[in-house]
Design a protein around this ligand. Structure first.
Ligand SMILES: [Zn+2]
Length: 310
């Protein structure tokens, strides 16, 4: 009898852990914040605080990628922007480098781009040291990693030498288009429209995850640990609760930047290069010779959102 109970218990444990196999890292780009019009320091801080409140409610070990150029107004350091970074780190969230001014590696020569990386770390590193957090990851702006193997490799070597680990994205999306439309609706005080955009956003983001789960299974025969990219904007400040809820319902647990990279899928080689800024799942698919039809199911941003964001 005891043996039977033990076996039942073990099979229940196995079933429970199987149900928990979906994992996602939440990575937030373009810190301190992304706004689409001039706003007060409180407005900026409010975005960061609401994001952090959601991280805490849903146990999300998020990382924020910083553009330190945004800490300055007309060349003068704006301490209220530095305070936002400090809020992240003081609450236990890691920061990463996203270049000084959100530079594209496809538009800048290596020398200038590497200076962007070096100049993009001053305050993030200082704050990470102050709170004893690691400062290790690099996120390519526009997901531009280089238009050729040679160009991509020189950047990888440089980042490596500087102690950085490159942080790929698997769930790429157009949250920034929704965010612009949302901010415009907010500025007009149009709550109904904000609600409509927010709802469309969450449903689009759920479809995106389902699409990349499908693509992941096509390539790896399993759903790999996913990396979500979102931006530090008002839309996510207001909608991240609903999004986290929806992802939990899909069976996801939230994991850190370092944990997601333990999935060996991230070692998959890239052999095809182009001027695109795309999900790593798409890069791996292209590298394996997948053609247009593979990408057809990728959800599109609704036309009404695009029209509003223009
Ligand atoms: Zn960015």
């Amino acid at each position: 009898m005891m043996k039977l109970l033990l076996m039942l218990f073990l099979s229940l444990v196995a079933a429970a852990s199987f149900g928990q196999t979906k994992q996602m890292a939440v990575t937030v780009d373009d810190l301190p914040t992304v706004v689409y019009s001039k706003e007060t320091p409180d407005f900026h801080m409010g975005i960061a605080q609401q994001l952090i409140d959601t991280f805490e409610r849903y146990d999300i070990p998020a990382i924020g990628y910083v553009n330190e150029g945004k800490l300055y107004t007309n060349g003068t350091l704006d301490s209220s922007q530095v305070d936002i970074l400090e809020l992240w780190v003081a609450n236990g969230y890691e920061l990463g480098n996203h270049t000084f001014s959100h530079a594209s590696y496809h538009r800048l020569p290596f020398q200038q781009y590497s200076a962007e990386v070096l100049n993009g770390a001053k305050y993030s590193r200082m704050l990470s040291d102050k709170y004893n957090r690691s400062f290790t990851y690099f996120r390519h702006p526009f997901l531009h990693i280089g238009t050729s193997k040679k160009k991509a490799d020189s950047l990888s070597r440089f980042l490596n030498k500087q102690g950085y680990i490159e942080a790929p994205v698997t769930i790429d999306n157009e949250d920034y288009i929704f965010a612009k439309a949302y901010h415009i609706a907010y500025s007009k005080g149009d709550n109904a429209l904000m609600g409509k955009i927010g709802k469309a956003y969450v449903s689009y983001m759920v479809d995106k995850v389902k699409y990349f789960e499908w693509a992941s299974k096509q390539l790896f025969d399993r759903n790999i640990a996913q990396t979500l990219l979102i931006h530090a904007n008002l839309l996510n400040a207001h909608c991240l609760d609903d999004l986290a809820e929806a992802y939990q319902e899909l069976g996801y647990e939230f994991i850190s930047q370092s944990k997601v990279l333990e999935d060996e899928a991230y070692q998959e080689p890239i052999t095809k290069y182009g001027s695109w800024g795309i999900s790593w799942i798409d890069r791996w698919a292209l590298s394996r010779g997948k053609k247009g039809d593979f990408f057809e199911k990728d959800p599109r941003t609704p036309e009404f959102v695009k029209a509003l964001a223009q």
